[in-house]
Write a protein that binds this ligand. Structure first.
Ligand code: PEP
Length: 263
C-alpha cells in the first residue's frame, strides 16, 4: 500500500447472478450500509463492482449513490460497426460503467485472446474514458518452470506499448491462473514480488508515472486472507471473484479494508 495510490477492492461476478439477483444484492448491501455496515470513503478506497453486462445499467444508480463504481468484464475494440455481439467501450460507458476488466485469464483461455488483443482492448477502454483493470498472470506449469516474471513481463509490455502513459488510470491485476477459484491463493510476499516486477517494468517504460499505476492481486482472496495482500507494499488492493458473490463475505472484505473512521 502506498499513499500515492488509492487502494481498490474490485468484485468480478463473472457470469453469475441474474439481473434481479444482482439488484437484490445491491439493494441489500445498501440497506446494510444504512443500518451501519462499513462503507469506506470513496476518496480513500475505491470499490468497484463488475456484474454481468445486462446488470450494468440496472445496478449503476444504486451503486453510484453509495460511491461504488461499476465495471464491465470485457470490452470490444472499435466504436461501432458490423461486429455481431460486440460491445464497445462507449456502449459500456453509456450503460454507466466506469471501469472494465481486460484480459482476464478466462477470456484469454476460452476466447483465445492474445496479448495483442488484450492490449487493443485496453487501448479501447482508454479511448472510451474507462479505467481498464488489466489481468496478467502465469499458469501453474509456467510457475513451476520459473517463467512467472517473463510471462507477466510479456503480457504487461504489450499493454504498456498500446495505452497512453501517465494519467494514472491503468490498473494491473496480478492473477496467477493456479490461484483463481482454487482456494489456494498466492502467498502475499510472492504476489508482492510480482507486483514489484510489474512496477519496475512500468517505471522503465513510463518513468515516474509508474508510481500512479495500481497493481492489484487476485486469486482466492477472502475476508480471511485479504489483509495480507492489502498491506503488502507493492500491492494496491484486490480483485475478488468467488468471495464477492455472497453478501456477507463481500461485506467482511469491505469491512476489513475500510479505514477506521477518524475520531
Ligand atoms: C477472478 O477470477 O478474477 C478471481 C480473482 O477469482 P477468485 O477470487 O474466485 O479466485
Amino acid at each position: 500500500m502506498n499513499a500515492e495510490r488509492r487502494p481498490m477492492l474490485a468484485a468480478n461476478w463473472k457470469m453469475h447472478k441474474s439481473v434481479p439477483e444482482s439488484l437484490a444484492f445491491v439493494r441489500m448491501w445498501s440497506r446494510r450500509v444504512a443500518e451501519g455496515a462499513a462503507l469506506p470513503d470513496p476518496t480513500q478506497v475505491e470499490l468497484v463492482l463488475c456484474p454481468t453486462l445486462p446488470a450494468l445499467w440496472p445496478v449503476a444508480g444504486l451503486l453510484d449513490a453509495m460511491g461504488v463504481a461499476v465495471g464491465a468484464q470485457n470490452v470490444d475494440v472499435g466504436t461501432e460497426g458490423a461486429v455481431t455481439g460486440g460491445v464497445s467501450g462507449h456502449l459500456l460507458a453509456e450503460a454507466l460503467a466506469t471501469h472494465v476488466i481486460v484480459g482476464h485469464s478466462e477470456r484469454r483461455r476460452l476466447f483465445a485472446e492474445s496479448d495483442a488483443v488484450v492490449a487493443a482492448k485496453a487501448a479501447a477502454a482508454f479511448s472510451a474514458g474507462l479505467t481498464p483493470i488489466v489481468c496478467v498472470g502465469e499458469s501453474s506449469a509456467e510457475r513451476q518452470a520459473g517463467e512467472t516474471q517473463g510471462v507477466v513481463a510479456r503480457q504487461l509490455t504489450a499493454v504498456l506499448n498500446a495505452v497512453p502513459e501517465g494519467d494514472g488510470r491503468l490498473v494491473v491485476a496480478y492473477e496467477p491462473l493456479w490461484a483463481i477459484g482454487t482456494g489456494q491463493g498466492a502467498v502475499p510476499a510472492d504476489a508482492n514480488q510480482v507486483a514489484g516486477w510489474c512496477r519496475a517494468l512500468i517505471a522503465a517504460a513510463w518513468g515516474p508515472a509508474a508510481n500512479r499505476v495500481r497493481v492489484l492481486y487476485g486469486g482466492s482472496v477472502t475476508g480471511d486472507n485479504i489483509l495480507g495482500f492489502w498491506h503488502a507494499d507493492e500491492l494496491d488492493g484486490a480483485l475478488v471473484g468467488g468471495a464477492s458473490l455472497e453478501l456477507e463475505s463481500w461485506l467482511a472484505m469491505v469491512r476489513t479494508v475500510a479505514p477506521a473512521p477518524s475520531a
